[in-house]
Design a protein around this ligand. Structure first.
Ligand SMILES: NC(=O)c1ccc[n+]([C@@H]2O[C@H](COP(=O)([O-])OP(=O)(O)OC[C@H]3O[C@@H](n4cnc5c(N)ncnc54)[C@H](OP(=O)(O)O)[C@@H]3O)[C@@H](O)[C@H]2O)c1
Length: 252
């Protein structure tokens, strides 16, 4: 058995779709029996454990994807062994707390995104544990970080992922209200974000230079950016990032 999952909810459903898409055999994953575990095991042929202790008894690598408040109770007292690895996706739950509950197993923190479903999750990971790599490459691209403080800052991107989708939805709804067919607008706006993302991810030019080249003086991009600035929208974005980081640090 390759990977056990404790906490089979919304996120785990996307991660499972990602590993199946990457060609993992369904029974390479053992699911805990709560949440969507029984349904996904029945539908896709994943193995189903009797309880969390069986997941830990059978699997050397275990993914934890319960809500943060349930993390400690879900992993405590399960008979963890040396050489095992717990991969926690629980936002704001510090490694030290989990390490105490699963000793002598090692703890790795990750922050995946639901685009894992399409093999497209940019997943931050700390520390860079070799045992986690096959799973992280199945769901997208691993981004190793140097410290837990960096991991907390990088976790803000998990919220940015949601805000980007809010921006896409708003732009689509606005376009549809002007009469553009919604399905056309959805593809246009989503692919516009994907195109902008590829420019920033793949171009060798400095980030601000790429943007400056787009903002023709007196042009439409400049007009809209000025409006956003005057309305305080860009500063509000920075503020939202700060709110999330403060929340994550408060949880630790
Ligand atoms: N949602 C995302 O896109 C996302 C992205 C990155 C990280 N995360 C992190 O992933 C975690 C899960 O989020 P989610 O949105 O998937 O939550 P969710 O849909 O509520 O799923 C959590 C699952 O954990 C199960 N569970 C709770 N206590 C358990 C226990 N002691 N043993 C076994 N299973 C237990 C719940 O089962 P019951 O229904 O039986 O209670 C539920 O199915 C969170 O910590 C979050 O920070 C989420």
């Amino acid at each position: 058995m390759r990977l056990g999952i404790i906490g089979v909810g919304h996120l785990a459903g996307s991660l499972l779709a990602g590993v199946r898409r990457a060609g993992w055999a369904p029974d390479e994953v053992l699911l805990a029996p709560r949440g969507h575990g029984p349904e996904l095991a029945g539908r896709f042929g994943h193995a189903l454990a009797r309880d969390n202790a069986e997941v830990v008894a059978v699997c050397d690598t275990v993914l934890l994807a319960v809500r943060p408040a349930h993390a400690m109770e879900a992993v405590a007292g399960l008979g963890w062994r040396s050489g095992q690895v717990l991969i926690s996706a629980c936002a704001g739950v510090p490694s030290g707390a989990l390490a105490g509950a699963v000793a002598p197993a090692r703890v790795v923190r990750i922050m995946p995104m639901t685009a894992a479903e399409f093999g497209a999750s940019p997943t931050v990971v700390w520390p860079d544990e070799p045992a986690a790599r096959p799973f992280l490459s199945a769901i997208g691209t691993a981004i190793p970080l140097a410290s837990e403080a960096d991991f907390e800052t990088a976790t803000v991107s998990a919220a940015v992922y949601g805000w980007a989708q809010e921006l896409i939805a708003r732009a689509v709804e606005w376009s549809a209200a002007q009469g553009l067919p919604e399905a056309t607008a959805r593809q246009l706006v989503a692919q516009t974000f994907a195109g902008a993302a590829r420019m920033q991810a793949e171009s060798a030019a400095p980030m601000r230079q790429l943007l400056a080249e787009l903002v023709t003086p007196g042009g439409i991009t400049e007009a809209g950016l000025e409006h956003l600035r005057d309305a305080g929208a860009l500063e509000a974005w920075d503020g939202a990032c700060a709110v999330v980081l403060e929340r994550l640090r408060g949880a630790t």
